[in-house]
Design a binder for this molecule. Structure first.
Ligand code: PMP
Length: 431
């Protein structure tokens, strides 16, 4: 098990206060906090190693190149990727998905082909495929979401056909926490010769992920949700798949030879890494992976599962509070989305902030999913390794305070049985 009390000391930001109260950071699905080891790795790079990579023959450049390429190996090992060369560094999960939609999609998707997605995708795993489908005359199909916040797998079989060329699905829902059965999607994809893309932005940071077990062709995730810096994303695919794809961005580093009228491409993964990357960010991401490896992803998962089970039990005691997603902690990550009576999530989030509690409120970049539930959004608490049961207690106490406050303003409006915030304007809330 994790020694939460000890490891909290590794995260300097956790000792700050917000509005005079100790910070309770429950917005981890948006981005995680960073341990000192990551912050130090970033500043050490700029203090001692700063140089551009791959091109230099001087010592600093060689050192930076080696440190950067070491992280590629670490990432590959962390998720059991086919090889270090199968790991491409991007800016974030969003860019990884766009890379595939552009480079793989424009080559392999034709008019009449089908792309199978689900009703719980983050906009990042929806809009790039919409654009591709519109451009190519392809058809988007969807696996629907049940009332319980799980995927309706009958839709998977029903919508699968020889026309299905790509299936793209989130491993873990950022809005509900639902853990999806990826192997089932891999079997489906294989049965019709389709390619499987897995959006692992919410799984790799929180549960052990083994690409070999998942059986997917593409995997994408972001450093900033897994204790690393912002600005670094990962895309992984078998080298032979990447070899056949045309480039995404063009320029320095991704070429082998350039003439005035034409150019040839560098090997994978460099073919997909045009221009100077965020070198310091990648090196610091390596420190984040080391940190998680030292804790052990099984321990990370066990801690967060215990916390989410406790949160589900305690939140269920609040009259008028509706939880979305599976109620079994084994079926969900450390994410709990809820509504309290008819209180708008933004108003609820504001009251929680007064108590130093950071949560996310809104549609969580999942407008179609929210629409399916007939709501404009939810309030979402999402946990990480440094969160504690005491913090869950503070959340519950603050929600009780919010309930009293709003009941005092509009008596009866927020009691049990009152409706959840209805879909009206889709106020913006990202991540
Ligand atoms: N997919 C999922 C499931 C996510 O939760 C997020 C971020 N909230 C993304 C994709 C996009 O990640 P990023 O903003 O790092 O590109």
């Amino acid at each position: 098990m994790l020694d939460t009390e000890k490891l909290r000391k590794d995260f300097p930001i956790l000792s700050r206060t917000v509005r005079g109260k100790p910070l309770v950071y429950l917005d981890n699905a948006a981005t995680s906090q960073k341990p000192k080891a990551v912050i130090d790795a970033l500043s050490n790079y700029y203090l001692n190693q700063n140089a551009n990579i791959h091109r230099g023959i001087h010592t600093l450049s060689e050192e930076a190149t080696q440190a950067f390429e070491e992280v590629r190996k670490k990432v590959a090992k962390f998720v059991h990727a086919p090889s270090a060369q199968s790991v491409i560094f991007t800016r974030n999960t969003t860019e990884s998905i766009n890379l595939v939609a552009y480079a793989w999609g424009r080559k392999n998707i034709q008019a009449g082909d089908e792309i199978l997605l689900t009703g719980m995708e983050h906009h990042a795993n929806l809009v790039p495929w919409q654009i591709l489908a519109q451009e190519k005359g392809a058809v988007l199909k969807f696996v629907s979401v049940t009332e319980a916040g799980t995927l309706n797998l009958e839709d998977l079989d029903k919508n699968l056909s020889k026309k299905t060329k790509l299936i793209s699905v989130t491993h873990v829902s950022n809005a509900l926490g639902t853990i999806n059965p990826i192997r089932r999607f891999a079997q489906a994809a294989r049965s019709v010769g389709a390619v499987l893309f897995v959006d692992a932005a919410q799984s790799v940071p929180h549960i052990p992920v083994d690409m070999r077990v998942l059986g997917c062709d593409f995997l994408a995730f972001s450093s900033h949700k897994m204790l690393g810096p912002t600005g670094i994303g990962v895309l992984i695919a078998h080298e032979d798949l990447l070899d056949k794809m045309p480039p995404f961005l063009a320029g320095g580093d991704m070429i082998r030879e350039v003439w005035l009228e034409k150019a040839t491409w560098n090997d994978v993964p460099y073919k997909f890494e045009a221009g100077t990357p965020d070198i310091g960010g990648v090196i610091a991401f390596g420190a984040a992976i080391d940190y998680l490896q030292n804790l052990g992803m099984d321990n990370v998962r066990a801690h967060e599962q215990e916390l989410v089970a406790y949160a589900l039990a305690e939140l269920s005691k609040i009259q008028g509070l509706k939880i979305y997603g599976p109620l079994d902690a084994a079926q969900r990550s450390g994410v709990v989305s809820f509504n309290l009576g008819a209180i708008h999530p933004h108003d609820l989030g504001t009251v929680l902030d007064e108590d130093g509690i950071a949560v996310r409120a809104g549609h969580h970049c999942c407008q179609p999913l929210m629409r399916g539930f007939g709501i404009s959004g939810t309030t979402r608490a999402s946990f990480n390794i440094y969160n504690t049961k005491e913090e869950v207690d503070k959340l519950v106490k603050s929600l009780e305070r919010a309930k009293m406050l709003f009941d005092a303003c509009a008596p009866g409006a927020f009691s049990t049985g009152s409706s959840s915030p209805k879909e009206t304007s889709q106020k913006s809330s990202r991540k």
